[in-house]
Design a protein around this ligand. Sequence first.
Ligand code: 5GP
Length: 111
Amino acid sequence: MTTIFGKIIKRELPAEIVFENDKVLAIKDKYPAAPIHILIMPKKEIPDFQSLKPEDYPLIEECFKVAQQIAAQYGITGGYRLLTNNGSLAGQTIFHLHFHLLGGRQLGTMG
Ligand code: 5GP
């Protein structure tokens, strides 16, 4: 099912795009939890991390590569968090796989 992110990818909804190539899109989070809060996602509609199939793994490599580049671009290589919420118990609200890149301040503990 197409989500908000699917619609952003198809340009049916607006977003602040910070990176795009044929496989990956990165946008600013609309409700940032840190001074820098970027969402990095494969364009392919994969609902969550657990749904990934081995043939999708190169997309994750691409997302991680983009995360490194964006962290450098935003000057936060000294400390950032890269995470995905898998499933509603973990707080996932948009079921299109994405990675949160958070930084720009001292981050709290996990959990
Ligand atoms: P999740 O809770 O699924 O791990 O992360 C979803 C993220 O999407 C949240 O951090 C939330 O603030 C962000 N978000 C929700 N709606 C929108 C939107 O319309 N545009 C953007 N750019 N981010 C959104």
